[in-house]
Design a protein around this ligand. Structure first.
Ligand SMILES: Nc1ncnc2c1ncn2[C@@H]1O[C@H](COP(=O)(O)OP(=O)(O)OP(=O)(O)O)[C@@H](O)[C@H]1O
Ligand SMILES: [Mg+2]
Length: 340
């Protein structure tokens, strides 16, 4: 019997080629209504993704990156409530999708890789059982075909001796292996979109690099779009086509990776770039953005970065609009400019 393969997909479309994007999110808001108050974890995020495109979603801890990812997967629990003006994926309106249809969509058309692989893996089941089940839940695979497909995907993410790994329980594998298997499970059904939430931060730098390289190659080969969530701008800038910089639940700057890394205009992005260790700063003190991320419960009016920003003025007491400073490069700041 032949092994079912990844369905063929046309190569990635260039941005704005006159078609609908694969993912179109407008004004996404996910607020947690707690007893202490409302936490505006995601507060008006808009983003678009073409087929096969890689977007890096970057920001400090607590900026709302994970909740953005969870919201797109509709994995936000009470007291979280999600709203959006528009949420289109692959020509479907996700806002009107039933919980059951969403469940079908997850794992088949869009998949998430979590920071902790044990969010994906079941500790009590062997890897093969989990992979075969993940395939059979979404497609008409015989057990034998599902097993062959699992082997192939394990091989794709660079797992040596995949047949042996299939027989293992998660606790018998190293952290790097577990993470690769979680990535393999996300890839199993060849989804159109993968949301990866810091899946390599716990791994050592060499393995991180390997996994990033493999995921990037796979996305190119399969036309899979990817949202790579991280606090590490240095890592993601080698991977992503575009970057979106998030601060206090909003995207404050977004554009092609080269435009952000080479011509950032938001003081927060300047701070993130200056905090990247480089050969020049080796041995010296690393720049740190002063202060810390604000509580998302009682944000002051206006720009949420004002308290930490060396350019802040009275104007920042009003909300700055997101403005396009060059084609596809958007900045939300009253005092935007190239100079840090
Ligand atoms: N269940 C919840 N109830 C209340 N607040 C929550 C809940 N889940 C998340 N938050 C808040 O939402 C905000 C954004 O959290 P999120 O996990 O998206 O941050 P993040 O950017 O992914 O940070 P990190 O880099 O640390 O993973 C945080 O202030 C967090 O405290
Ligand atoms: Mg997170």
């Amino acid at each position: 019997m032949s092994v079912p393969d990844f369905p063929p997909r046309p190569a990635a479309m260039p941005a704005n080629a006159g078609r609908q994007p694969l993912l179109d999110v407008q004004n996404l808001r996910t607020w947690f209504h707690t007893r202490e108050g409302v936490v505006k974890a995601v507060d008006g995020v808009s983003l678009q993704l073409e087929q096969g495109e890689i977007l890096g979603l970057v920001g400090e801890s607590g900026s709302g990156k994970s909740i953005t990812g969870f919201s797109l997967m509709r994995l936000v629990d009470e007291p979280g409530r999600m709203r959006a003006r528009r949420l289109m994926f692959d020509g479907r309106d996700l806002l009107s999708l039933s919980a059951e249809s969403y469940r079908q969509l997850r794992g088949r058309d869009m998949a998430m890789i979590f920071q902790d692989p044990m969010m994906t893996l079941n500790p009590t089941l062997r890897v093969d059982t989990q992979m075969v089940e993940a395939l059979r839940a979404h497609g008409r695979y015989s057990r034998k075909a599902a097993r062959e497909r699992a082997l192939r995907v394990l091989d794709m993410v660079g797992i040596p001796a995949p047949a042996e790994r299939l027989r293992a329980y998660p606790h018998q594998l190293s952290g790097g292996m577990r993470q690769r298997i979680a990535i393999a499970i996300a890839l199993l059904n060849a989804p159109k979109l993968i949301i990866a939430d810091e899946p390599t931060t716990a791994l050592d730098v060499t393995i991180q690099g390997q996994i990033l390289y493999e995921v990037q190659k796979l996305c190119q080969e399969l036309g899979t779009a990817l949202i790579w969530i991280t606090h590490d701008l240095a890592i993601v800038s080698g991977l992503a086509d575009r970057l979106a910089v998030m601060y206090a639940g909003r995207i404050v700057e977004t554009g092609a990776t080269a435009d952000i890394v080479g011509a950032a205009q938001h003081p927060y992005t300047h701070g993130l770039i200056a905090s990247i260790p480089s050969i020049r700063t080796r041995g010296g003190d690393l720049f740190q953005i002063p202060g810390s991320t604000p509580s998302l419960m009682d944000l002051p009016a206006g720009c949420p970065f004002q308290a930490r920003c060396h350019r802040a003025s009275d104007q920042c007491l009003a909300d700055p609009p997101l403005e396009e400073v060059a084609p596809g490069h958007w900045v939300r700041c009253w005092h935007k400019g190239l100079q840090p």
